[in-house]
Ligand binder design. Structure first.
Ligand SMILES: *Cc1c(COP(=O)(O)O)cnc(C)c1O
Length: 434
């Protein structure tokens, strides 16, 4: 399968080139030339399949032409070493818990898949030069990518994060690993971090000296595998009840996760519509309302992994629907919530049902509470474990939250990080000195 750039000023590339480059040379995002519709009997039979069986079929459809079946299946199985269970919260609202991976956030799926696919391509090509993975994070990407790539031969990871704007547990997860993982605290916002990464990709000196790639959701190997769990979430629901009209609500920031869901819908996933649940950074909601969009600086909220003012993957959504506002509105609605509304939802759901939401999942839940219609069944994505946002969640619900085993050991680790301003030059010199 070939991949084209959303800006259409760069030549088509292979999967391998798209994964290694990350961003296209014209600063566009790579998109597959074709999204194959899966056969009807697959989509109607998913309730009888396992997570691995579903993921194998979806992965084959995306990447089967580029990687041999055995290697691809190994990558899929090594990625999915944990489940994403569907848990009922109220009679018509279900939580798809995506936080049972090593860093307790949904990004583990994409990051683990990408690390394995990249190291497969490095081994296959026999290249001797090291690859430097740059990743800007608003919190969870950094930890998922750092852990996904930790100790992978031939790869150095540089994580850029906005100083003081990520939770302590998030920061620990990428600043305590050491070895091939470096962390940079940028005096600025997530958007500043993302800008530094994008500028690095265009810098001639850097690209002459280093092989740079991105592990943000701009990388096709990061966002596409997220389609796996949309199928698996729906499969689990269909095992439990005959849901006719399924609505999926996705807590959204950089829009990579919802883009994977929309890919799944194009492939035949039986979902009637999607909701993009934003915090106060409501870029997509504004677009859906007005048909135009204005990138802005991000606003800091308690759902900080969604503090994105200028979401990269919007370009992919536009392309997926041939830039048709009507088309996008037909499949997606957008809502936005304040910190107060998010806190109140966490409290209300805990008191009424005993279920603990994290601030991001709470946005997804609120969207269903507000927008679900008669006859519809809602699935919201629980994108991170509540314990990753310990102070916020405990303050909101008034009880102690248990910390999952898999993230406990990070807490005692020693933080190693370097401080940088948001200007490009010092960052460039740092990369050259690695
Ligand atoms: C990254 C993240 C999001 C937003 O996902 P996008 O793909 O950037 O839209 C939502 N919730 C959590 C917990 C995250 O880490």
């Amino acid at each position: 399968m070939n991949y084209y750039s959303t800006r259409r000023q760069a030549p088509d590339v292979t999967l391998e080139e798209a994964v290694i480059q990350g961003l296209a040379p014209d600063r566009g995002l790579y998109m597959p030339r074709e999204i194959k519709v899966l056969p009807d009997d697959f989509c109607s039979g998913i309730a009888k399949m396992s997570f691995h069986q579903i993921a194998e079929r979806v992965a084959e459809s995306f990447f089967g032409g580029d990687i041999g079946t055995d290697d691809l299946m190994r990558i899929v199985h090594d990625t999915l070493t944990f489940d994403t269970p569907l848990v009922q919260v109220t009679p018509n609202k279900w939580s798809l818990e995506l936080f049972h991976g090593p860093t307790a956030a949904f990004k583990d799926v994409g990051a683990r898949f990408m690390a394995r696919m990249l190291s497969f391509f490095i081994a296959r090509s026999g290249r001797s030069t090291r690859i430097t993975v740059l990743v800007a994070t608003s919190g969870d990407t950094g930890s998922a990518v750092a852990n996904g790539f930790f100790d992978v031969e031939g790869i150095v990871v540089v994580v850029l994060y906005p100083k003081g704007k990520v939770s302590e547990i998030q920061e620990k997860q990428f600043t305590t690993l050491g070895r091939n993982i470096r962390a940079i605290a940028v005096d600025g916002t997530f958007d500043d971090c993302q800008r530094l990464v994008k500028t690095a990709f265009l810098d001639h000196d850097l690209n002459r000296e280093l092989t740079l790639t991105s592990a943000n959701s701009i990388n096709v190997a990061r966002f596409m595998p997220q389609a796996f769990y949309y199928f698996w979430g729906v499969a689990q629901l269909l095992r439990k009840e005959e849901a006719k009209r399924i609505v999926v609500s996705v807590p959204s920031g950089n829009l990579g996760n919802i883009t994977a869901g929309l890919f799944a819908k194009k492939m035949g996933l039986p979902v009637s519509r999607f909701m993009a649940a934003n915090n106060r950074n409501d870029f997509l909601r504004q677009y859906l309302q007005s048909g135009s969009c204005t990138p802005r600086t991000s606003i800091q909220t308690i759902a900080n992994a969604m503090d994105v003012g200028d979401p990269s993957n919007f370009a992919r959504i536009l392309d997926l629907y041939g830039h048709s506002w009507e088309g996008i509105k037909g499949d997606v609605s957008g809502v936005s919530y304040t910190d107060e509304e998010i806190r109140a939802a966490m409290k209300r759901v805990y008191v009424n049902t005993g279920y603990i939401l994290d601030p991001h999942g709470a946005c997804g839940y609120l969207a269903l509470e507000e927008g679900l219609q008669r006859g519809e069944t809602g699935i919201f994505l629980e994108t991170a474990a509540p314990a990753k946002f310990l102070d916020t969640v405990e303050e909101s619900i008034g009880v102690r939250v248990a910390i999952p085993e898999q993230i406990k050991h990070f807490i005692s680790g020693i933080t190693k990080t370097v401080d940088f301003p948001k200007d490009f030059l010092p960052f460039k010199h740092y990369l050259l000195s690695l």
